[in-house]
Design a protein around this ligand. Structure first.
Ligand SMILES: Cc1cc2nc3c(=O)[nH]c(=O)nc-3n(C[C@H](O)[C@H](O)[C@H](O)COP(=O)(O)OP(=O)(O)OC[C@H]3O[C@@H](n4cnc5c(N)ncnc54)[C@H](O)[C@@H]3O)c2cc1C
Length: 427
């Protein structure tokens, strides 16, 4: 017999989605347990925060810790052509409040995620590291908790009326249930590494994110971090990056450096810190956002190409919203999937709006300038969506993009699995 423990809500994964949901549930007085496979601090990609990450950070009370931290402050973003010509920086304070939304951070995720998980602990959440969830516990169609492998290798059961899957791109609910749906036109490859001592801007531009183009709508990210490090990566079609049969991540990365003069010049004075990472086929959505007793948040719900750095905003926002929705379900004594319809609509709308801009970014017929030159009055909408204020009506903006390109169909995924709904066929 496995050891059995009970709580109100069990959370799989202690990343931004899981930890923020834990903060909210603990604040509501719930007994919440976070089961995290790794021992923190652990490495993670995803360092740049967009402005509208702010409301979630404020809600969970993390801002004082962030303000005391050494993370580099981010005020702007710029785009650089392959020849090295940089656009005017776009400063967020030209549209948003200087003291709040207009300043975000570039974070080393090992440190940020540790800070956030410690914060969840300090709010009353129980956190178990080196606990890997291996199975969902079910009674009929109802989820009633998880089975976990503990650090000693034993199995234990955590039973709870609500389970939150915040397992990141592992997406264990979507993967185990064959709910994972790809986005065939967003099947890019990313290769990245870290440099130290490379050239960086100073003052207010020190923490600026740069998106630097290479041919074929590929791009580099350049994200300055503290301790004189930068995160630098290249994203493009796999066919382009591996042309000529090159597969080694370092060789891929080094071959692309001269494709953008700004990147080449910035990195020339620095030293690569050694490791290279590669990931492929990363955009996906879960067919379902919830089942009875189960809800999905963050990357486990869906992951979108990172060109606009939307991942952490979506993870934190969904963690907070899922935490509130779980509390309401527990209060009502009704944890059926349907209770998460409002939550799912909010997530679906936000991801779909961002996704349309990602398609526009990669479309060979379109530049954002095409749209804002012809309809200057839409520049504000474009900025809002890119900054992460994604739950708004952008129909005028997308109608304008539609003059230059065919926008993608809205994906019908990411809603609750209602009772009796047949399991989907794996694609
Ligand atoms: C190339 C690339 C670049 C990116 N750049 C950015 C960026 O600049 N800005 C940005 O905002 N986002 C970026 N992202 C996205 C960002 O990394 C994610 O959106 C974000 O980390 C999602 O948070 P999460 O909490 O959902 O998942 P994660 O942060 O992945 O956390 C999930 C946690 O679950 C744990 N876990 C997994 N399986 C189990 C299990 N079975 N049992 C227990 N625990 C488990 C993992 O150990 C992990 O700690 C990027 C992503 C990629 C791939």
């Amino acid at each position: 017999m496995n050891r059995v423990e009970e709580c109100d809500a069990v959370i799989i994964g202690g990343g931004p989605a899981g930890a923020s949901a834990a903060c909210v549930l603990a604040e509501h007085g719930r007994r919440v347990v976070v089961l995290e496979r790794e021992q923190f601090p652990r490495y993670h990609i995803g360092e740049s925060m967009i402005p509208f990450t702010y409301p979630a950070l404020e809600r969970i009370g993390l801002l004082p810790r962030l303000r005391e931290s050494g993370f580099v402050k981010k005020y702007s973003v710029q785009f650089v052509s392959p020849s090295g010509r940089a656009s005017q920086p776009f400063y967020f304070f030209n549209r948003y409040d200087r003291e709040t939304v207009a300043q975000s951070w570039q974070v080393l995720r090992s440190e940020f995620d540790q800070m956030l998980l410690d914060h969840a602990r300090s709010r009353g959440a129980e956190v178990r590291e080196r606990h890997e969830v291996v199975e969902f516990l079910k009674e009929g169609n109802r989820h009633v908790g998880v089975r976990v492998r503990t650090p000693s290798g034993d199995l234990a059961d955590w039973r709870a009326p609500m389970t939150l899957d915040a397992s990141g791109r592992e997406a264990i609910a979507a993967t185990r249930n064959a709910w994972r749906r790809g986005d065939p036109r967003l099947n890019k490859v990313a290769v990245w590494t870290y440099y130290e001592g490379s050239r960086r801007d100073t003052g207010i531009d020190e923490g600026q994110t740069t998106v630097a183009y290479i041919p074929n709508k590929g791009w580099f990210w350049h994200i300055p971090l503290h301790q004189d490090r930068v995160s630098v990566g290249v994203v493009a079609e796999g066919k382009y990056l591996t042309r000529g049969g090159i597969k080694d991540p370092r060789a891929i990365f080094e071959r692309e450096i001269p494709e953008n003069r700004w990147i080449a010049e910035r990195l020339s004075t620095g030293r690569c810190l050694g490791d290279y990472w590669l990931t492929a086929e990363y955009t996906f959505r879960s067919q379902y956002s919830a089942a009875d007793g189960l809800v999905l948040a963050g990357d486990a719900y869906g992951f979108l190409d990172p060109v606009f750095s939307s991942g952490m905003m979506l993870a934190l926002k969904s963690g907070v919203a899922a935490g509130d929705a779980i509390h309401a379900a527990l209060q009502a004594g009704d944890c059926r999937a349907e209770r998460f319809t409002g939550y799912s609509q909010m997530m679906h709308e936000g991801i779909e709006n961002m996704r349309k801009l990602v398609y526009a970014f990669y479309d060979p017929q379109v530049t954002f300038r095409n749209v804002t030159d012809r309809w200057p009055e839409l520049a504000g909408d474009l900025t809002d969506c890119l900054s992460g204020d994604v739950n708004k009506d952008f129909s005028r903006l997308f109608a304008a993009f539609g003059e230059f390109m065919t926008l993608p169909e809205t994906l019908p995924y990411g809603f609750p699995r209602s009772a009796g709904h047949p399991e989907p066929v794996t694609t």
